[in-house]
Design a protein around this ligand. Structure first.
Ligand code: CP
Length: 302
């Protein structure tokens, strides 16, 4: 499948291949298309990192980028997501990148559109390209994933990043610990272990923090005392293992889930993650176009 919708669809071998391609792109090497290819970025939810790193990745690959704004498109006149994609496909787009507020928005599209769809985040569901850039960051630091302890802190229930990352890290041999308020424990019950914040921080090689996803809460959530109860304070940072790193998918709410001064401290890889996002997305686009081309060639010869 040339689309990338969830991490579950990728074998471990494919994941390592994408990470290797991303490293090649980081070194300024790697595949680029020889013909003109159009890609459209459909963002129905706000984004800074994913949107712009996809655009930079596309431009570095020499792709023609069709940017989209739902406010200035016929979505405002009732056009469905399916019709928007079919329109783009009809006028010559070769792939679409989609961020959408609905969990599993792609389920209704599978088998109905022939161009690759890359999921740039669906509601509380999945965020596969974030997972890949996180894996790339961890691999650069530790060389692999086996037997690492990664703790994921905060609003697990509403985080597509937590779900995508926990599942794949466990599959790749890491131990995953969760920590955060009990009302935000994940009802899907991924096989991580919930522990107290201090225990998680002391045991971890990677401390992965999450923003509180207020936009997905039914009621207004108070952040008073959140840092002291659940967040990464300077006191807690001192309890981390010497080699341990701090990660966060961002945007960061400074002083809520992490003390502001720690965002750019020596252990933080938060801006490194963003840098890696461009290379991971270049590798994902390469996969989409190469698999799509193979599919077309098979169709031509049938
Ligand atoms: N991490 C992430 O997905 O950030 P954006 O919402 O800014 O794209």
């Amino acid at each position: 499948m040339s689309s990338l919708l969830t991490m579950n669809q990728l074998t471990n071998e494919e994941i390592f291949m994408i990470l290797e391609d991303a490293e090649q792109y980081r070194l300024g090497k790697g595949w680029k298309p020889s013909n003109m290819l159009f890609v459209s970025n459909l963002f129905f939810e706000p984004s800074t990192r994913t949107r712009f790193s996809f655009e930079v990745a596309e431009k570095k690959l020499g792709l023609e980028v069709l940017n989209f704004s739902s406010e200035h498109s016929s979505v405002q006149k009732g056009e469905t997501l399916y019709d928007t994609i079919k329109t783009l496909e009809s006028i010559g787009a070769h792939a679409v990148v989609i961020r959408h507020q609905n969990d599993h928005f792609f389920e209704d599209l599978i088998g109905k559109v022939s161009i690759p769809i890359i999921n740039a985040g669906d509601g509380c569901g999945h965020h596969p390209t974030q997972s890949l850039l996180d894996l790339l960051t961890i691999k650069q630091e530790f060389g692999g994933f086996k037997d690492l302890t990664v703790s994921i802190h905060g609003d697990i229930r509403h985080s597509r990043v937590a779900r995508s990352n926990a599942e794949v890290l466990i599959r790749l041999g890491a131990n995953v610990l969760f920590s955060g308020p009990s009302e935000w424990h994940d009802p899907l019950n991924i096989h991580g272990k919930y522990v107290d914040v201090d225990e998680a921080i002391e045991k971890s090689d990677v401390v992965m923090l999450l923003r509180i996803q207020h936009e997905r809460h039914d009621q207004k959530t108070s952040v008073e005392n959140y840092l002291a109860q659940y967040g990464l304070t300077k006191e807690r940072e001192k309890q981390m293992k010497n080699h341990a790193i701090i990660m966060h998918p961002a945007p960061v709410n400074r002083g809520v889930e992490i003390e502001s001064d720690l965002i750019e401290c020596g252990r933080s890889r938060i801006f490194k993650q963003m840098e890696n996002g461009v290379f991971a997305r270049m590798a994902v686009l390469k996969r989409a176009f190469q698999q799509s081309k193979q599919k077309q060639e098979v169709i031509k010869h049938v």
